[in-house]
Design a protein around this ligand. Structure first.
Ligand code: ZN
Length: 347
């Protein structure tokens, strides 16, 4: 059984020879290939090579493509800062005026943005070289609520969310951002991804209340899962931070997969998502993968595996691995997953 089959069958709820491994490793992959982030993100051939090499070298079952969290927002007019060896990020919103930002949030703009074209070309190249061998999860940047926060500015959005008079326009902005975001999923899928995914970290209880999540973020997440499912596209929803308070709501969105951060209670995740969504994660990327010893990685990996005795897991880091993650920790992680399966078959 190869990586593509392992992850496809896990998503289909079928048995596999072992739990599949996939990592949120774009920064690590670039560093491991000897590229700066600028070299990685400016040439699709570089990006594809870094991802493919890292997957084959460390024995991962799939590739999760990612470039930064500013693709959609930049295409819509937000200003970004792109340090040579760090991912780009939004530094100035597209506009501070709500009417103006509603106007700017036009899905057509994705088609002409150069950064997006480079990213999609990288997905095409990866697909050409690894289709049917490695499972390709193409990240489609940021979810509706998070795109709205990036193009309008987090502070502007937070203030307006509590102003009943602004509510109608806020929903118009979210509708426009939804169209942008859905369009990006379709572009990523068309480029050759086996499934898509997205982050909606501004919708985390670390930033907004569960009540606000239910009102302003969850309806668009649910619609996305359903609009994509109608087109036969599976997606993974990633939300950072401690998400215990909204786990049930996330489950109700019926995503093919959910990627949860290590700050959330592990057994609650396993219990809530069982037979609903495949869980991606949930090992601490910084404290364990990057700064931990190999023994810490082994123990964290075993702890996660034990929570999913019946499958429904693609094990990895719950969020992006730092570039300086030690390669030996990645090897220890993959080795632990392989060995734990051997132990299971023996017992
Ligand atoms: Zn995250």
């Amino acid at each position: 059984m190869n990586g593509f089959e392992r992850i496809s069958q896990t998503l289909a709820g079928q048995a596999t020879d072992r739990v599949p491994v996939m990592l949120h490793n774009f920064m690590f992959a670039a560093r491991d290939a000897g590229m700066t982030m600028q070299e990685f993100r400016s040439d699709p051939k570089n990006m594809a090579k870094a991802f493919i090499d890292a997957s084959r070298k460390y024995g991962l079952d799939g590739i999760l493509t990612d470039m930064d969290t500013a693709l959609e927002a930049h295409a819509l007019g937000a200003k970004i800062h792109s340090p040579d060896d760090l991912p780009a990020k939004v530094i100035v919103p597209a506009a501070n005026d709500l009417d103006e930002v509603i106007e700017l949030a036009d899905a057509e703009k994705l088609k002409t943005n150069e950064r997006i074209q480079i990213y999609l070309d990288a997905i095409r190249l990866i697909h050409q070289e690894t289709a049917g061998e490695l499972f390709l999860r193409g990240n489609a940047d940021q979810g509706t609520f998070s795109v709205a926060a990036a193009v309008y500015g987090l502070t502007n959005l937070m203030i307006d969310l509590t102003d009943a008079k602004k509510e109608e326009k806020i929903f118009r902005l979210l509708e426009r951002c939804y169209e942008v975001h859905l369009a990006f999923h379709l572009m990523v899928k068309d480029a050759g991804a086996d499934m898509t995914s997205f982050g909606d970290s501004m919708a985390s209880p670390d930033l907004i209340s569960p009540k606000m999540y239910r009102k302003f973020a969850a309806p668009f997440q649910k619609r996305l899962a359903s609009d994509l499912a109608k087109r036969g596209i599976q997606t993974v929803c990633h939300i950072c931070g401690k998400t215990d308070l909204i786990l049930k709501e996330i489950a109700e969105n019926h995503f093919a997969g959910v990627e949860i951060d290590y700050k959330t209670n592990l057994s609650a995740v396993a219990e809530t998502m069982k037979n609903v969504s495949v869980v991606f994660g949930i090992i601490d990327p910084s404290g364990v993968f990057c700064r931990g010893r190999q023994a810490d990685v082994v123990s964290a990996t075993q702890t996660v595996l034990q929570q999913f005795p019946d499958g429904g897991l693609v094990i990895g880091a719950g969020c992006a691995l730092p570039a300086e993650t030690p390669a030996d920790n990645i090897r220890a992680f993959v080795q632990t997953v392989r060995e734990s399966e051997k132990l299971k078959t023996k017992s």
